[in-house]
Design a protein around this ligand. Structure first.
Ligand code: DUT
Ligand code: MG
Length: 240
């Protein structure tokens, strides 16, 4: 089982099984237990690909990925996925109630746990305004939810399992800044290692460190001030 949530990429390269060209080349960096790392970079830079290696949706092609100093392949998929809250860029809800969608993967979840994770994900008030509240059906013949509402239900689904590692792939893109900062504040109470892909520079600055990706490589990693000194691309992003 994942205990601390330390993540280390060591000379990691990755090529999609169906592709010829690598999308990640020689990626090395460490995320410390309970650290919050923001990942930024242009579309197609490889941010989502970098993420998908942690829950082992794909295997590393070259190099080694470590969790708590052990190669990721030494964990079973159940151990790994039981410890990781992964919120994909385009979250999927299944046909069923909102309650079941949040509790998915934790069938013994209590009513209180479901409500608490929805509150932390800043979606509880929206749910309470729906006709059948937590029993409201989504998916086919259910209510239509916006992309941002689906994202927050997907975040609640990740939080309810009390993950050691939380991965948010652009999951707060549809939120206004005030709601987003409430959500990020609530997440701090989970004391998990957090990796958050974002296109908002203000969100990146609120993290402990920022990783700037470019063309499948780590261009720079450090605090906002460090990156301002290190990377002209970072400076251009901040100024734009
Ligand atoms: N790619 C594939 N197969 C896939 C997914 C992506 O070949 O199943 C390619 C597309 C792109 C590169 O990998 O050239 C990196 O894609 P990724 O989705 O990792 O980029 P991103 O940084 O997450 O982009 P965005 O900001 O648009 O989400
Ligand atoms: Mg992506």
């Amino acid at each position: 089982e994942v205990i601390d949530g330390k993540i280390e990429y060591e000379h990691v390269a990755f090529t999609y099984p169906t592709a010829d060209e690598p999308v990640l080349t020689d990626v090395s960096f460490t995320v410390n237990p309970r650290e919050k790392l923001a990942i930024i970079g242009a579309t197609g830079a490889g941010k989502t690909s970098l993420f998908q290696l942690i829950p082992r949706l794909y295997n590393v092609t070259k190099g080694v990925l470590y969790i708590d100093q052990k190669p990721i392949t030494s964990y079973t998929l159940d151990q790994l996925r039981g410890s990781i809250g992964y919120v994909p860029q385009s979250p999927l809800l299944f046909t069923g109630s909102i309650r079941d969608n949040i509790a998915w993967g934790k069938e013994n979840a209590t009513r209180e746990e479901i409500i608490q994770s929805a509150k932390d994900a800043q979606i509880h008030d929206t749910i309470m305004d729906l006709p059948d509240q937590y029993d409201t059906r989504v998916g086919q013949k259910g209510v239509n939810l916006s992309g941002g509402q689906k994202q927050r239900i997907s975040i609640a689904r990740a939080l309810i399992r009390r993950p050691k590692i939380l991965m948010l792939d652009d999951s707060t893109s549809a939120l206004d800044l005030a709601t987003e900062s409430e959500l990020l504040r609530a997440i701090q109470h989970y004391h998990c290692t957090t990796m958050i892909i974002t296109s908002k520079i203000s969100t990146a600055i609120s993290a402990d460190r920022i990783l700037l990706m470019n063309d499948g490589k780590v261009l720079a990693i450090g605090t906002h001030e460090e990156l301002l000194n290190q990377s002209s691309l970072y400076m251009r992003i901040v100024e734009s």
